[in-house]
Write a protein that binds this ligand. Structure first.
Ligand code: NAG
Ligand code: NAG
Ligand code: NAG
Ligand code: NAG
Length: 430
């Protein structure tokens, strides 16, 4: 057993480390100051926080992507930097000892379970959470404060899945890891945790939103029973066959240089996930972000699945800021050959799934300052057209990955409340 003094010492060390990190962040924030785009988060507090966070993320994420000669080194650096930065987040979340947290291993996949201790007041539903990070970054621990907070506020059991990351484990490894754990959970949740398995919701952000979408689609396709009660897709990554949607073009014309998820990063991370050695193939990126990787014969299918973007293009104008026209496609036949197996494969690009009719009630969250905004909106429209009860919220002042700052930013905290409300409603009406 650890001695009390030793424990205190450890705690002091932890707080010192956090203090030092915060100091460094403040210094970075001050020295790399850059005005935020108009409308980027609303309240004064949020903007003050973002003036520190955004430059820190630029250092962790954006500059390195241009610094390393090997793309894989960029991934490992960013992974490490985010793991450290994230320790300064969510410190104020207090669940009053009401959530019991334990690791399990289910069919080979590590899973963390967040269980409300008082089973007389908790719901009998559950949420499966799949974290984001471009299939290559992040882990269960990084999302601890968010998941624990939701388990506490919703009085609902959460599980968070530690799937393996790329480039070490590539498509479809992450999907299979999640499914192995989820199958176990459906088989045992009732006996082990008193969960009614008709009331299980799947939830994921960014690349985790991709995995959640894919898993929900695969369960629907094989009529898995019991069905999922709902899915919550938080700024999900759903396709890479059109990297010139209006939200991508908005980034190019107005957001370039900020620590937001940028087109090049989407291409790098998605292609690493596809199993392509981006240390060797980095020269394909300029062509890919122009859509030069889409072979001619795939175009009709892509156009059909993306057709709802017309609605978005005609109704959304980003506060009347002009958006650049589509620019010339830089064709690359090598990129076309490499990406052919993936672009219209719904397990990789779930926006390309044709039949969406059997899916559970869905909540899609998108953010204005996000290259992925349009694919989320398009998927929501396609779900609605397929008769799936769908709730769509676009956060006009939100940005990609804002949920990682749920305890620091009002805008992000509000989105967590929206998610909790919707999910509880689905659980209680399942
Ligand atoms: C709550 O937990 C107690 C102790 O583990 C158990 O005896 C009881 O059956 C549980 N109640 C419900 C509603 O699951
Ligand atoms: C989980 O469910 C499977 C399949 O029903 C069963 O074989 C296994 O014993 C269960 N595990 C536990 C710990 O209950
Ligand atoms: C954008 O332009 C339209 C038409 O000119 C106008 O009605 C609307 O108020 C403008 N929106 C903003 C946010 O400026
Ligand atoms: C589980 O929930 C469903 C849907 O609300 C309900 O019909 C069923 O009776 C519940 N099962 C148990 C064992 O409580």
């Amino acid at each position: 057993m650890m001695l009390k003094a030793e424990k205190e010492q450890k705690k002091r060390l932890k707080y010192t480390a956090i203090g030092v990190t915060v100091m460094i962040l403040l210094i970075i924030g001050y020295s790399l100051h850059k005005p935020l785009p108009e409308g980027f988060t609303v309240t004064k507090w949020d903007r003050a926080v973002m003036h520190v966070v955004e430059p820190a993320l630029r250092v962790a994420y954006y500059y390195p992507s241009r610094m390393f000669s090997k793309a894989s080194n960029m991934v490992y650096w960013t992974r490490g930097a985010l793991n450290i930065l994230s320790k300064t987040l969510g410190l104020l979340v207090d669940t009053q000892g009401q959530i019991d947290i334990k690791w399990h291993e289910w069919n080979g996949t590590p899973v963390k379970v967040y269980r409300p201790i008082d089973n007389r007041t908790s719901t009998d539903g559950a949420v499966i959470f799949i974290h984001g990070g471009g299939f290559a970054l992040g882990n269960v621990e990084m999302y601890d404060s968010l998941v624990e907070r939701m388990a506490f506020e919703m009085k609902t059991l959460f599980i968070s899945v530690e799937y393996r990351l790329s480039p070490e484990t590539v498509f479809p490894g992450g999907i299979l890891d999640c499914e192995a754990a989820i199958d176990y959970f459906f088989d045992n949740a009732s006996i082990q945790f008193g969960v009614n398995t008709s009331k299980i919701v799947i939830m994921g952000d960014s690349a985790g939103g991709n995995l959640a979408t894919v898993i929900a689609q695969r369960r629907a396709a094989r009529n898995a029973s019991p069905a999922l009660a709902g899915q919550v897709l938080i700024y999900p990554l759903l396709q890479m066959a059109d990297m010139q949607t209006i939200s991508y073009r908005y980034f190019h014309s107005r957001l370039s240089g900020y620590a937001l998820v940028d087109p090049e990063s989407v291409a790098y991370y998605y292609m690493f996930y596809a199993g392509i050695d981006m240390d060797e193939k980095a020269y394909l990126i300029p062509s890919v972000i122009s859509n030069g990787h889409v072979a001619k014969d795939l175009k009709p299918e892509v156009e059909e699945m993306m057709s709802h973007r017309i609605v978005i293009e005609s109704t959304r104008n980003y506060r009347n800021h002009s958006i650049s026209e589509r620019w010339e496609i830089e064709r690359n036949f090598e990129a076309q050959d490499l990406m052919r197996p993936f672009l219209t494969n719904p397990d990789f690009s779930p926006l390309m799934r044709k039949d969406l009719s059997n899916l559970p009630p869905t909540m899609v969250l998108t953010c204005e300052f996000d290259v992925l905004r349009d694919e989320g909106l398009i998927y929501a429209q396609r779900l609605e057209a397929a008769g799936v009860p769908t709730t769509t919220i676009n956060y006009e002042n939100g940005f990609h990955a804002m949920l990682n700052f749920h305890s620091e930013l009002h805008e992000a905290s509000k989105s967590v409340e929206d998610i909790e409300q919707w999910t509880l409603n689905v659980i209680n009406n399942a």
